[in-house]
Design a protein around this ligand. Sequence first.
Ligand SMILES: *[C@@H]1O[C@H](CO)[C@@H](O)[C@H](O)[C@H]1NC(C)=O
Ligand SMILES: *[C@@H]1O[C@H](CO)[C@@H](O)[C@H](O)[C@H]1NC(C)=O
Length: 221
Amino acid sequence: MKFLPISLLIMALATATALAYDPSPLQDFCVAINDPKVFFNGKFCKDPKQVTADDFLFKGFRYPGNTANPLGSKVTPAFVDQLPGLNTLGISMARIDFAPGGLNPPHTHPRGTEILVVAEGTLLVGFVTSNQLNNTLLTKVLYKGDVFVFPIGLIHFQLNIGNTSALAFATPSSQNPGVITIANAVFGSKPPISADVLTKAFQLDKKVIDYLQAQFWYDNN
Ligand SMILES: *[C@@H]1O[C@H](CO)[C@@H](O)[C@H](O)[C@H]1NC(C)=O
Ligand SMILES: *[C@@H]1O[C@H](CO)[C@@H](O)[C@H](O)[C@H]1NC(C)=O
């Protein structure tokens, strides 16, 4: 009897762990349903009897994203919000279109490693290691067919250095990898981060910080 509550606690913890992490589904699938009134770590499952092939289909990659924007790039996500069949499966995709010179600016995915394949064009890509590894830049020029991996959490970018438009497909290891665009988060936060913080952190004059905070930070996602 003494051990019963402990075993129940362990079971509860095991269940919580199963719910808390991206991979390790406990059934064939758990097609997401959205209930805006309920908050939950992940998404609730649709009744499997109501699930159809459409729940696993996303048509949003058929056409190029609109790159007529300040960055000259457009990310079209196929994350769990767009493709409910991804729920609990620990994977997703994104289509990334680049105009000539287009940039997918330095950003990080808090919940996913990303593997990227170039379908068209020439991309300069890179990521920067953590402080512990001396913020080393690892960079490459990628051609059609090349594959590159951006480890989870690390700041990375892709720049179209070719004369034509470029196209890449990325596969994050999360149904909802998240995106933090560095410039947008640091200089475009609402409300703005105190200039006292940013002048010291970036070794910049307050005038420069004011200028940066006054810019429009386009989000290409
Ligand atoms: C980082 O820099 C320190 C100090 O220069 C050095 O001792 C260490 O080996 C470097 N680590 C890596 C992973 O490059
Ligand atoms: C882009 O065009 C310029 C000028 O025509 C040429 O010199 C350069 O090699 C081209 N670059 C690529 C990556 O095709």
